[in-house]
Ligand binder design. Structure first.
Ligand SMILES: O=C[C@H](O)COP(=O)(O)O
Length: 217
């Protein structure tokens, strides 16, 4: 039985709408504290943010397309860490993934890993746009590049967000060596529990209130 508190402690409470204001981010932080989420996840243009002790700050990089030059991603990630980000969620280069250029995928991730230093790096693979073989190979390339997590989705891709199938496959691929973050389209307690059951160790959600309202301690 997974409790409300346990799910809350797995949540990156997320606001990545480009039009989000500083006031909305401040409200997100207050809500994250109240709900007991692991972190808040905001766009790089919101950094730095003031958070109370215990609430971590996550941001995104090369978001949402991943189609940025590696040097641009690395510079963006380093800037975010300098502005207080504890965790960086980068989008993989989907051209390289679709061309099955796994050495290039690895190099892109490795450059950002080096840029974030001691901060934690999650690699968004946009699983809904990939075949199973591509999901496995991009997870393996991310592991070779020393990423800390693989993550399903940006939540902005027309192909869709997280699925139980993708999360299970990602967990099977990385074992317990890396974390698995499910994100994109997780709206209810049932959705969240299904992702955890499939192997997710972190949840990226904007619907944290609705999800946690559906759970009991
Ligand atoms: O990384 C997190 C996603 O952008 C959140 O997506 P969501 O709004 O579908 O929960």
């Amino acid at each position: 039985m997974t409790t409300r508190r346990e799910i809350a402690a797995m949540i990156d409470h997320t606001l990545l709408k480009p039009e989000a204001t500083g006031e909305q981010v401040a409200a997100l932080i207050a809500q994250g504290v109240e709900l007991g989420t692991f972190s808040v996840c905001v766009s790089p243009n919101q950094l730095p943010v003031e958070v109370p002790e215990g609430l971590r700050v996550a941001t995104v990089c090369g978001f949402p397309s991943g189609a940025h030059a590696t040097a641009v991603k690395a510079a963006e990630a380093a800037d975010s860490v300098a502005k207080g980000a504890d965790e960086v969620d980068m989008v993989v280069n989907l051209r390289q993934v679709k061309e099955h250029d796994w050495d290039a995928v690895e190099a892109d991730v490795r450059a950002v890993k080096e840029a974030v230093g001691a901060a934690l790096l999650k690699v968004i693979i946009e699983s809904a746009a990939l075949t199973d073989e591509e999901i496995v190979a991009v997870c393996q390339a991310s592991e070779r590049a020393c990423a800390d997590y693989v993550k399903t989705s940006t939540g902005f891709h027309p192909a869709g967000g997280a699925s139980v199938h993708a999360v299970r496959l990602m967990r099977e691929t990385v074992g317990e060596r890396l974390g698995v973050k499910a994100s994109g389209g997780i709206r209810t307690a049932q959705d969240a529990l299904a992702m955890v059951e499939a192997g997710a160790s972190r949840l990226g959600v904007s619907a944290s209130v609705a999800i946690l309202d559906g759970l009991e301690d």
